[in-house]
Design a protein around this ligand. Structure first.
Ligand SMILES: [Zn+2]
Length: 270
């Protein structure tokens, strides 16, 4: 089978890992090229560090995480909480997408609590046609095809709920996904526990704090396995489907190439 190129575009330097880490690791195992892009520099994601220090540290953490996974990474200079779906930013997205020539793009949905997630989703959707238009960004060769666009999972219900077309068993790579997340030290051990009001619960010792983080951060993948159990059973058979502990799921976006679920099954890792 052709080796595919997968471009995951998250708003912040840990979104790609959290939502698609298992998928990305399995794509790498299949010999696919995987790129994680952070649409902002994440500079507002800390309660003590300066914005400059936060941006620098988060870039380093993101690079470390990606290198563990055999994934390429790219972080823009756009400050977090300041990204907008304007023409200049859209043209940057168009150029970046053309440069990587992805077969599959994965991003957030438009229904999301975080404006950066929504804006990133909007920019990907707004670029989906423009990537083929030669007169847009004329200096960068246009694509002659439309990439498949997939949404990452979320729990938001209005105006409509995330409705996946495919679910993926990530049990074999769940530990490695957590090792990647652990590279985001300023997030998983500092900012996120602080903002959640549990900073005093973070253990000091390295292995203990890793186990602590893993317990809470893998909860999402566990919930996804239960929530999309029917899709897992359909894909892996009833017996195996029931045993899967951790899963990720994806919905086909109607602005990307309209791939059938059968074809998606074929190019997707299993
Ligand atoms: Zn985020």
């Amino acid at each position: 089978m052709d080796k595919k190129t997968v471009l995951v575009i998250g708003a912040h330097p840990d979104d790609c890992e959290i939502q698609t880490g298992g998928f990305a690791l399995k794509c790498v195992q299949m010999g696919y090229r995987v790129i994680f892009m952070s649409a902002t520099n994440g500079e507002t994601g800390h309660h003590e560090l300066s914005r400059e220090d936060t941006a620098r540290i988060r870039k380093g953490e993101f690079e470390k995480s990606c290198s563990i996974g055999g994934i390429e990474c790219f972080v823009t200079d756009i400050p977090s909480n300041k990204i907008s779906p304007d023409v200049i930013t859209r043209e940057m997205f168009v150029s970046v997408i053309r440069g990587y020539k992805p077969d599959i793009i994965v991003t957030h949905r438009l229904n999301d609590y975080h404006p950066d997630h929504r804006t990133t989703a909007q920019l990907v959707q707004d670029s989906s046609y423009a990537v083929k238009v030669p007169k847009v960004c004329p200096d960068v060769e246009p694509l002659r095809y439309t990439p498949v666009i997939l949404y990452m999972s979320d729990q938001f219900k209005r105006p409509y709920e995330f409705s996946p077309h495919i679910a993926l068993d990530i049990d074999q790579v769940a530990d490695k996904k957590m090792e990647m997340l652990a590279c985001h030290e300023s997030q998983v051990y500092e900012w996120l526990p602080w903002v959640d009001g549990v900073i005093d619960q973070v253990p000091e010792e390295n292995d203990q704090r890793f186990q602590w983080m893993k317990k809470s951060r893998s909860e999402r993948d566990k919930k996804n396995a239960d929530r999309f159990r029917n899709l897992l059973c359909k894909r892996y058979g009833e017996e195996k489907g029931q045993e899967i502990v951790y899963a990720e799921a994806f919905e086909i976006c109607e602005y990307g190439r309209q791939i059938s679920v059968e074809e998606l099954e074929q190019i997707f890792p299993k």
